[in-house]
Design a protein around this ligand. Structure first.
Ligand code: GLA
Length: 674
């Protein structure tokens, strides 16, 4: 069943709550502060396995009974987690085979989290037992709002259990070793397999491994995580059928599972999303994650399960930065504008020690008399004023204003990460983020789709990076354009089939040959930082191609000596639509200009005539009302044409509204009164 809406009468506000890590007397203080801030939902038990089952088969639910009753008494809903992301120390001793093994053969033990192997029967069994115990004990409890299954699925393991399951997966996919040997071209470097037992999960080896095997392994790992998710779903549907199920997707960096598959199995998509930049890139990223979540959830209201309060997480640099006053609330309204019905944080109370003791929390280390706490209380008040928007699905499912779809395929990401690609600049996530950011800065909204999914309803489909395209996917895009849609496809796309076998023919674009009306006979990867000037004043980085047109027209050519006068950007009229091809990497403001041209060619409007350059203006629609969110991410004020009733200031608006620097407004557009 595909993911559906989070139907709640008010925005869920709260966070990960770990009372088991605090003395009992703190709990009453927690309740007092939750009430002060208007907290109405908490996520309990995410990492509480060793407290719930201190010794194998011995359970202690007394403390959780108390927490559930305390929350029920105070009208605070509990999103109750299964604690299966972090097996307790006893698991290491009883089931060493259930622990993860790294690619290099290192056996992890407990000491951190995510120490499990999803292919190990002992892990699956232990996880099923604790899941069933929780379900049986708390199904129907008045505090129970949702089940939060596991935490951020994403663990990869090698080792004998994985080898066995991987072989089974390959047998299901290929049936015979002949098929597998052919698709993997395993004669290359003498890897031809005579028995299934000769195949192992691709752990560390001498030099380059086989890319087709690696891609299959990534697909297998994702499917295996779905198997352990489904173990829990099966139990919950049997024992606690009336409570919605979610699991939190770590967006967007986590690519160890297939988000579309997970969304199809759970009831509501929830995401964990951490602001990662001190600049407006952070807001572009919030919009990116939100539009992804909305798309995974079929355009229906979804959830923010975790964000940070006062800090920005620069994981790559290994540091955090302070978040400017007001930014947390503005980001929260961004998520809500794009269809979230919750604002939950990691975590309620900042721990005094232990891993992550300097991550932020709703109650900071320094307590109540702080700007952090005041901002939380203010946010609770703001969200209360917006309760009615929860009835309105996301603003731009295809029935509304989003006419642009960006192709998000886990396969595309995994393919780009396989070894032996001609350039490390052929990257999935950065390519999609850049294209999305350019659209966002230009004031356009976009959904994300799979390339094989129905595309009708969209005017423009963008394929910024997709190497390993199947015939069916290529056909789907071709049909979309034939019947009047517009598409833009970036370099290297479809150079191979879905198993990373280069397509036979005289063009690397064979998958899309008719659609694009070009031939590419040679790839031209560029050294990092080098670029080629184009005839339209743009620069092409990272990659070039030797392109010749067949039926397409040329929009820009290369000017450099090496690719001189060869087409760089082309457009083909195909059936009733057009297909643009971009053979190099256009960046920054030039990418914005290119996207503007592509979008205008498809006849698509901005979300609001004034949207863009950090003024984000988006809508949510309910059957009855439309809600206009005006989010000003800039340091100057903006006056925007709009009318309706502003919910945060309780003011009727007749024709325009001025939004302060870094401010926001939310209007019910079609009624002048509260
Ligand atoms: C993730 C996890 C949390 C916590 C936060 C901190 O989202 O789910 O348990 O580790 O990150 O950033």
């Amino acid at each position: 069943m595909p993911a559906s809406a989070l139907n709640v009468p008010t925005i869920l506000f709260g966070g990960d709550y770990n009372p088991d890590q605090w003395p009992r007397e703190v709990w009453d203080e927690d309740v007092r502060l939750m009430k002060e801030a208007g907290v109405n939902a908490v996520t309990v038990g995410v990492f509480a396995w060793s407290t719930l089952e201190p010794r194998e088969g011995e359970f202690d639910f007394a403390w959780l009974d108390d927490v559930m009753d305390l929350m029920a008494k105070n009208n605070i809903g509990v999103i109750l987690a299964t604690p299966t992301a972090s097996p307790p120390p006893w698991f290491t001793l009883s089931h060493p085979d259930g622990l993860p093994v790294t690619k290099d053969g290192v056996h992890y033990i407990h000491g951190s989290r995510d120490t499990y192997n999803p292919s190990a029967p002992s892990y699956r069994n232990a996880a099923r037992i604790i899941t069933r115990k929780l379900a049986e004990r708390y199904a129907g409890h008045p505090a129970l709002l949702m089940w939060h299954l596991h935490n951020e699925y994403g663990t990869i393991s090698y080792g004998p259990h994985t080898d066995a399951e991987f072989r089974n997966w390959l047998i299901r996919k290929y049936s015979t070793l002949d098929n597998l040997n052919k698709v993997w071209n395993s004669r290359f470097w003498s890897q031809q397999y005579a028995t299934w037992e000769e195949i192992f999960a691709p752990q560390a080896t001498q030099y380059l491994p086989n890319p087709s095997a690696i891609l299959d392994f990534k697909r297998f790992c994702a499917d295996q995580l779905r198997v352990v998710l489904d173990d829990q779903i099966e139990i919950m549907r049997e024992v606690s059928p009336n409570t919605p199920l979610t699991t939190n997707f770590m967006l967007p960096t986590w690519n160890h599972f297939n988000q579309w598959d997970f969304a199809a199995d759970i009831d509501v998509v929830s995401i964990d999303h951490y602001l990662d930049s001190t600049t407006m890139d952070g807001e572009a990223h919030v919009a990116f994650a939100s539009e992804l979540a909305r798309s995974f959830n079929n355009g229906q209201p979804w959830m923010v399960m975790e964000q940070g309060t006062t800090v920005i997480y620069d994981y790559a640099a290994g540091r955090v930065y302070p978040k400017a006053p007001g930014r947390m609330a503005r980001n929260t309204l961004q998520y809500i504008a794009h269809g979230s019905n919750s604002s939950l944080f990691f975590q309620w109370r900042t721990p005094l020690t232990g891993a992550e003791f300097f991550h932020s929390g709703m109650i900071p280390h320094t307590g109540e008399n702080t700007r952090a706490w005041r901002e939380i209380v203010d946010l609770g008040h703001t969200l209360h004023q917006l309760a009615e928007v929860t009835n309105a699905p996301a603003h731009n499912s295809r029935t509304n204003t989003a006419k642009i779809a960006i192709v998000w395929e886990p396969d595309a990401w995994w393919s780009a990460e396989t070894p032996a690609m001609p350039s490390n600049d052929v990257a999935f996530l950065p390519a999609l983020r850049e294209v999305h950011k350019a659209l966002w800065l230009e004031g356009f909204a976009a959904d994300f789709v799979q390339l094989g999914a129905p595309l009708e309803g969209y005017d423009l489909v963008l394929v910024p990076n997709f190497i390993a395209v199947s015939d069916a996917q290529a056909h789907n895009l071709t049909q979309f354009v034939r019947s009047g849609g517009h598409a833009a496809v970036w370099f290297f796309a479809g150079s191979t089939d879905e198993n990373l076998n280069v397509r036979v023919g005289d063009t690397f674009t064979a998958a899309f040959a008719d659609l694009l009306g070009i031939k590419v006979d040679e790839h031209w990867p560029l050294p990092t930082g080098e670029f080629r000037e184009l005839s339209n004043q743009m620069s092409g980085f990272s990659w070039g191609e030797s392109v010749a047109t067949t039926t397409a027209i040329t929009l820009a050519t290369y000017r450099s000596a090496d690719l001189k006068d060869k087409p760089a950007i082309t457009r083909n009229t195909f059936g009733a639509g057009t297909a643009t091809y971009v053979s190099t990497q256009i960046r920054g403001t030039e990418l914005r200009a290119l996207m503007r041209e592509i979008v205008l060619n498809a006849g698509i409007d901005k979300t609001h005539p004034q949207a863009g350059d950090g003024l984000e203006i988006v809508r949510r629609f309910s059957g009855e009302h439309t809600y206009l969110f005006v989010l000003n991410h800039t340091d100057s004020s903006h006056t925007v044409s709009a009318s309706g009733y502003e919910l945060l200031t309780d003011t009727p608006i007749t024709s325009q509204i001025t939004v302060a620097p870094f401010g926001y407004a939310v209007l019910r557009e079609d009624t002048p009164t509260r």
